[in-house]
Design a protein. Structure first.
Length: 134
């Protein structure tokens, strides 16, 4: 249902992904960000936001919701690894720093996805225990 705590966590993941996409879009338009990097991060952010919103509305099938969150978690880990790789390969400081706070967005998203999966598992265990009592 929409009023569950995992809905809040998944909404935060979707909002963080939108912030990431907006930041990449601003970097592409304003600062001359490299094309393939921008497209990769933009696509990953849109994918993450869509998976989070889709997972919110699949509340009736908790197993599929759990799997979708795992896929989103894997995509966020890929994005975090990409950001770490990029930050290690950027030489020194340039006019505009490419080592920004945007690297923290996947970390926060991962934490919220883990919390959402925990809440989904708790709901699933509650339903299973109620089925045993019937």
């Amino acid at each position: 249902m929409i009023q569950r705590i995992q809905t809040l966590y998944l909404t935060l993941v979707a909002l963080l992904s939108v912030v990431l996409v907006y930041g990449v879009q601003a970097a592409i338009l304003g600062l001359g960000f490299q094309g393939t990097v921008g497209v990769l991060v933009f696509g990953e952010g849109v994918l993450s936001a869509l998976l989070a919103v889709g997972s919110i509305f699949w509340y009736r099938n908790r197993q599929n919701q759990f799997v979708i969150n795992r896929l989103n978690l894997i995509s966020q880990l890929f994005l975090l690894g990409f950001f770490v790789y990029r930050s290690l390969n950027v030489s020194g400081e340039v006019a505009t720093s490419e080592k920004g706070i945007g690297m923290l967005i996947p970390i926060f998203s991962i934490v919220f996805l883990v919390l959402a999966n925990r809440a989904i598992k708790k709901d699933e265990d509650l339903v299973k225990s109620a089925d045993r009592l019937r």
